[in-house]
Design a protein around this ligand. Structure first.
Ligand SMILES: [Zn+2]
Length: 68
């Protein structure tokens, strides 16, 4: 598998954690967001696992980030 690895949940921004921004490039996700799995992590005893989303560019071009 060459898919992106998901970052740890505790490293995400609030927007990424809430599914409002691409988990990899951080662009706001107004539409076309694609569920890419569960980012897992915790801070102390607080479980931060959350379903995260990515933009179409990141999901269709694995390995390519920060283009444009
Ligand atoms: Zn992206």
């Amino acid at each position: 598998m060459s898919a992106h690895r998901l970052p740890r949940a505790q490293t995400l921004t609030a927007e990424q954690w809430a599914g409002r921004a691409c988990v990899w490039c951080g662009v706001p996700l107004a539409q076309g967001a694609i569920s890419v799995g569960i980012a897992r992590g915790c801070v102390g005893s607080v479980n931060l696992d959350a379903e995260v989303f990515a933009c179409p560019d990141c999901t269709t071009n694995p390995g390519l980030q920060g283009g444009n």
